[in-house]
Write a protein that binds this ligand. Structure first.
Ligand code: CUA
Length: 326
């Protein structure tokens, strides 16, 4: 590639990053819209200041310093060097602070607790007044038009919770809770991604946020709170037996069965999620089989071992069982 072609390719690539379902400049809610406006206005202000300063610099290097009237020289130093930046940057700061979203914790409403794990997301829904959470993993559903509070922490290392199209990102610390609130304005699927380097598979620590109409969200949460329905069919039933035989329940919980492991993601309704492995693969039966037998190559460093001793038929049976947990 020539230099020009490289530059054009880089520009096209960076512009491609400005659209789509994981972009701070493609807002799906007021918080992201405010941050997007902040970005463009700050960019405009910075360009304006850069042009003014460089215009003056260009001017003074073109005239003979001894020929320049003293008042003009003083004016450029005081006006261009002190007054202009102070006013412009001060105005940008004041305006920027004024449009930032209110992040105080409300007393009521839906709260979602998200715990960062290496490298996945433990998700708990706490509807207003709930005594116990609805536990899920690696996918976040939220009602449209309602401010949802996210209480965040982490188990081992620092992660960062970020859904660029919905709002600001927030770090997640072991032993300390942080808070961010978001409001989705349009139904849709927004991609989230861990935004703090947290180890080998940081890049594979993603999730999807599904914004739903409030009625649909309430119905979904009711269903999600229920136990798993035993999938029917020969392969799925054999898969259920294999799940027990292989000891999967030591790490994974499936409500309504005897499996109560807490180390890995809750699998109660895993077949109803859009992806598996924290955004790694689309949740198809083939992907479940691939994940179970190739965890170490799909997500290097993951704590779940590869069950590569399983025959293709056994892996397919386990996959049928898991994909049937909807
Ligand atoms: Cu978790 Cu990066």
């Amino acid at each position: 590639l020539t230099g020009a072609a490289t530059a054009a390719a880089a520009a096209a690539l960076s512009l491609a990053g400005c659209a789509g379902r994981q972009s701070a400049l493609s807002p799906g809610g007021a918080d992201a819209a405010a941050l997007g406006t902040l970005f463009w206005v700050m960019l405009g202000g910075a360009v304006l200041l850069w042009l003014a300063m460089n215009g003056m610099f260009f001017y003074v290097t073109r005239v003979n310093a001894s020929a320049m009237p003293r008042r003009l020289a003083n004016g450029m130093v005081i006006g261009g060097g002190i007054v202009l930046p102070t006013i412009l940057l001060g105005a940008l700061l004041g305006w920027g602070l004024s449009i930032l979203p209110d992040q105080r914790q409300p007393d009521d409403g839906l709260t979602i607790r998200v715990h960062g794990e290496q490298w996945w997301w433990r998700v708990e829904y706490w509807p207003e007044g709930a005594a116990a959470p609805v536990v899920s993993a690696n996918e976040i559903r939220l009602p449209v038009g309602e401010r949802v509070g996210f209480r965040l922490d982490s188990d081992q290392v620092i992660h960062s919770f970020w859904i660029p199209s919905l709002g600001g990102k927030m770090d997640m610390f072991p032993g300390r809770e942080t808070y961010v609130s978001l409001e989705a304005e349009a139904p849709g699927v927004y991609r989230g991604q861990c935004a703090e380097f947290c180890g080998e598979s940081h890049a594979w620590m993603a999730f999807e946020a599904v914004a739903m109409p409030p009625d649909a969200f309430d119905a979904w949460l009711d269903a999600e709170a229920g136990a798993a329905a035993a999938p029917e069919g020969g392969a799925a039933e054999r898969g259920a037996a294999l799940f027990a035989r292989e000891g999967c329940g030591a790490c994974h919980a499936i409500r309504g069965t005897g499996h109560v492991g807490q180390v890995g993601p809750d699998l109660t309704h895993v077949g109803g999620r859009r992806s598996i492995g924290a955004g790694r693969l689309a949740a198809t039966p083939e992907a479940f089989a691939a994940w179970i037998t190739h965890t170490d190559s799909l997500k290097p460093g993951v704590r779940m071992p590869s069950y590569d001793h399983l025959s293709d038929a056994d892996a397919a049976a386990l996959a049928a069982y898991l994909a049937g947990l909807t």
